[in-house]
Design a protein around this ligand. Structure first.
Ligand SMILES: Nc1ncnc2c1ncn2[C@@H]1O[C@H](COP(=O)(O)OP(=O)(O)OP(=O)(O)O)[C@@H](O)[C@H]1O
Length: 585
């Protein structure tokens, strides 16, 4: 709890921290006043049951009780409004911190399976954390301070009762701790499963066309979404059932303590060790203590769930950002050089295994190789989606780490397989690359990428909205938009991961022309899937299990009769193509 408060305080600015401190002090005072209010009932009753009634004492204690209750309510109203203020500050700060941090993480960190957990963290997770000062803290602080006050006061009634209360409080604290450990263990599993399910639901919605095309919606072996739903239900019921056992243990301990204290009070009265009014006072204090302590038990689960939410956000904030240079280097030219580059994802196997290659400025390099060879990863390393584990990647004569992510981004235009277009018009999507581009600039790039044919066909031309992810355009049309966008950016280096999906002949030809235009006067590395692209390259790198096994131009590699020649012959046979270029078969 103290760690949670400390973390909340770290999130706030000076004003927010002051509000938090004042709010906590007000809540602690509320607890003390509530405890005193209940304690004062004991002497009040004592004055009534010990004739002759001392009315001035009676009014004094009654006045003290009324005053305690009144001040308690004033503090309650004040601290509640402060709680909302602090909650709003925490929410804003959380969103700002997470947003700023996400912007510094390597692009490669944003994998599909992280969408669900991040979405949940930013939605429910941050609301949970904002609820801590607004709703939860008061119950917890009052739930601790009110019984503590009553326990201290009970020593004034009788020291043996005080000792019994203290021992009972220790037992209840242990039971509470046990309950929280149970919730923490099971809530971690539940949150993990719910995050996985969220990712799978997004994937399931996105992959509907594929799933339906292959009629596999009902195939149990492909039911990954179903599996994750079942796992989520399982972890949810474990959380509920084990949490219920924890609650039973806590309330059982509480009942035991209450019974023991009452039995002790009765026994002491029977032995005339305490008077009847004191015994009545003890009974009242004991029963009144039940309320705040029971509330603590009921809230323990929430406290733990919120502490877990904080823990998850802290773990996200602890993901190291890509180191950025204080004064980024200025690139000279657009040569690309990789020396001894090795890389593996997270703790996985090595994917790029010692690559040395120089790609001269203005050249067109095609990377080919079997699936999983590391082609896309190589491209992403040059685009600084993540840093290499070993070796250096230099662009324009400088290590990409010296250029910084922004520097690399300025130098490169990237076209990837999964073209993502933003909800907005085609013109908006192009202007992302160059916000100041004129209509004439847009027309120029549209002409050379043959996007103009698409724009002319669409009802609102450039102002046609493309839908989320570009859903209203065909795959080939999306690629043309994406290449036109790269062309508009006019960066000296182009990193292109060619789509593997087959296009109709018209789109195929248009995309090939667009790539040829993009390659003019630029340094291009393309992960090539089309034979026409491979043939057009100045140099081909054959990648296999993260190593360059062959390199050279098409004719030289064909003549060498190695992997490339085999790959080429298989592809030509498979596609039934006869390419009349560069003396190919
Ligand atoms: N984000 C990731 N996290 C973990 N492993 C990954 C990730 N992306 C790729 N991999 C793994 O790295 C290896 C190389 O993948 P990469 O996509 O670079 O290969 P590729 O040659 O481009 O394959 P393809 O032609 O099928 O696209 C594969 O084993 C892949 O499973």
């Amino acid at each position: 709890m103290i760690a949670m408060i400390r973390y909340l305080s770290e999130l706030l600015d000076a004003r927010g921290r002051r509000h938090l401190r004042v709010m906590l002090a007000a809540q602690a005072a509320q607890g003390v006043l509530q405890g005193l209010g209940f304690l004062f009932v004991a002497p009040l009753i004592a004055t009534l049951v010990s004739p002759p009634v001392n009315w001035s004492r009676f009014w004094l204690w009654l006045g003290a009780i009324v005053a305690a209750v009144a001040v308690h309510h004033v503090l309650l109203a004040w601290s509640t409004s402060l709680g909302y203020l602090v909650g709003t500050d925490v929410l804003t700060s959380f969103h700002e911190r997470i947003g700023n941090h996400l912007a510094t993480l390597p692009i490669g960190w944003f994998r599909g399976d992280r969408t669900g957990p991040i979405g949940r963290m930013l939605g429910k997770g941050t609301m949970d954390v904002a609820n801590i000062p607004a709703h939860l803290l008061r119950h917890v602080v009052v739930g601790l301070t009110a019984p503590a006050t009553m326990i201290v006061g009970s020593f004034l009634l009788d020291w043996r009762i005080g000792v019994a209360f203290t021992a009972g409080a220790v037992l209840c604290a242990l039971a509470l701790r046990l309950l929280m450990v149970i919730v923490r263990r099971n809530d971690d599993d539940y949150e993990h499963d719910i995050g996985v399910t969220a990712s799978r639901i997004i994937e399931y919605a996105r992959q509907q066309p594929t799933l339906r095309a292959y009629g596999v919606l009902d195939r149990p072996e492909l039911g990954t979404l179903e599996d994750s739903l079942v796992r989520q239900q399982g972890s949810q019921s474990r959380l509920t059932i084990r949490g219920a056992w924890g609650l039973i243990a806590f309330f059982g301990t509480l009942q035991l303590v209450v019974t023991a204290v009452i039995a002790l009070a009765v026994a002491l009265t029977l032995q005339s060790a305490i008077t009847v009014p004191v015994m009545i006072g003890v009974l009242i204090v004991t029963l009144r203590m039940l309320d705040p302590i029971s509330q603590l038990g009921e809230l323990a689960g929430h406290v733990q769930v919120n502490a877990d939410a904080i823990g998850r956000v802290r773990a996200l904030l602890a993901v190291p950002p890509l180191p950025e240079p204080v004064s980024p280097a200025e690139p000279a030219g657009s040569d690309i050089e990789l020396r001894g580059v090795r890389f593996g994802y997270d703790d996985g196997p090595v994917v790029i295994d010692g690559i040395d290659v120089t790609i001269p400025s203005g050249s067109f390099t095609a990377v080919v190789g079997p699936s999983g060879a590391g082609k896309s990863t190589l491209l992403k390393l040059v685009g600084r989606f993540f840093d290499a584990d070993e070796g250096t990647i230099s662009v324009g004569g400088h290590d990409v780490r010296e250029l910084g992510s922004a520097g690399v981004s300025r130098l490169t235009a990237q076209v990837f397989q999964d073209v993502y277009l933003f909800e907005g018009t085609i013109a908006d999507n192009l202007r992302m690359a160059a916000p100041d581009a004129s209509d004439a600039d847009l027309d120029r790039v549209a002409r050379v990428t043959r996007l103009d044919e698409v724009v002319e066909r669409l009802p609102d031309g450039w102002h046609t909205r493309v839908g989320e992810g570009g859903s209203t355009l065909s795959g080939g049309e999306r690629q043309r938009v994406s290449i036109a966008r790269a062309l508009l950016k006019d960066a000296p280096i182009v990193l292109l991961d060619e789509a593997t999906a087959a296009l109709d002949p018209a789109n195929e030809a248009a995309v090939a022309d667009a790539i040829a235009e993009l390659a003019r006067d630029r340094t291009v590395i393309v992960v090539a899937h089309r034979l026409s692209t491979v043939v057009a390259a100045d140099r081909i790198l054959v990648l296999d299990r993260g190593r360059i096994t062959e390199h050279g131009d098409h004719d030289a590699l064909l003549a060498a009769g190695g992997t490339y020649a085999r790959f080429w012959n298989e592809r030509v046979r498979a596609r039934g193509w006869q390419l009349a270029t560069k003396g190919t078969p």
